[in-house]
Design a protein around this ligand. Structure first.
Ligand code: NAD
Length: 257
């Protein structure tokens, strides 16, 4: 088992990538701290981990609030004695996020508070715990949109994810000699609720699929397996990367018919 006895804290664990990652890490022997804004979905994930004979606790937390982030890390250490892996994954994509002219300031602020400040706060309280454990791995969820521009704009979201890449690089350099690795994960378009609520017709889905060389959306499970890799001893010389898992979208100029 690749994560035997490791303690893995996952934000946004109630749904999508976070939920799948909790299940996959638990199968690899990890003890899970399933964190979400939504207490009941966090508990559901923890129950699912228990059903497959794993160990998990659920913690309610708004990652944009410092006190909540401090509390989630405390819960990891109080319940399991340590923290080894921090997966800062919670994020939102606001329905009214648009271009510079049409994005309201409150939409910008909320997106930045959760997607970027949330990652900072996770690191602010998580890194001291990783240091106490003698090192560890941090994975911050960015997106392929941090690397490519799109004509269907989500300016605040894109900017927040660009910030996650920059923050990740710098933290990787700062903590390179502390035995803490820090990587940003850049998923491509996934068949999760977050994206499918926008691509709610076959025509819209096909318009997006045109850009993906593999011709399909990714699955949350495929991202979860990459997180297991970045969390585990399989990736001990990998830090500071923008780790792209995107079906080839960032490699493509023109895709095959
Ligand atoms: P999702 O909506 O299924 O899950 C996100 C989870 O985060 C939800 O359970 C939600 O309750 C939680 N959350 C939202 N705000 C929170 C807050 N303030 N504090 C704590 N938890 C909060 O989305 P997903 O597709 O699993 O996305 C996970 C991450 O992956 C996000 O950062 C997202 O931006 C990123 N991402 C998704 C895609 C995609 O196509 N779905 C692509 C690239 C990147």
């Amino acid at each position: 088992m690749r994560l035997a006895d490791k303690v893995v804290l996952i934000t946004g664990a109630g749904s999508g990538i976070g939920r799948q990652t909790a299940l996959h890490c638990a199968r690899e022997g990890a003890r899970i701290v399933a964190v979400d804004l939504n207490q009941s979905t966090a508990e559901k994930t923890a129950d699912e981990v228990a059903e497959q004979n794993g160990q998990a606790i659920a913690v309610q937390c708004d990652v944009s609030r410092a006190a909540d982030c401090e509390h989630m890390v405390q819960q990891a250490e109080e319940n399991y004695g340590r923290l080894d892996v921090l997966f800062n994954n919670a994020g939102i994509s606001h329905i009214d996020d648009d271009d510079a002219i049409n994005t309201e300031e409150d939409v910008w602020d909320l997106t930045m508070d959760i997607n970027l400040k949330g990652v900072f706060l996770g690191c602010k309280y998580g890194i001291p715990a990783l240091l106490r454990a003698g090192g560890g791995s941090i994975i911050n969820t960015a997106s392929f949109v941090a690397l490519l521009g799109a004509a269907t704009p989500q300016l605040a979201y894109t900017a927040s994810k660009g910030g996650v890449l920059a923050l990740t690089r710098e933290l990787a350099v700062i903590h390179g000699r502390d035995n803490i690795r820090v990587n940003a994960l850049c998923p491509g378009p996934l068949r999760t609720e977050m994206l499918m609520k926008y691509l709610d017709t076959e025509e819209k889905r096909q318009r997006r699929l045109v850009h993906i060389p593999m011709g399909r959306f990714g699955e949350a499970e495929e991202i979860a397996r990459s997180v297991v890799f970045l969390a585990s001893e399989d990736s001990t010389f990998i830090t500071g990367t923008s780790f792209v898992v995107d079906g080839g979208i960032t490699a493509a100029y023109v895709t095959p018919e």
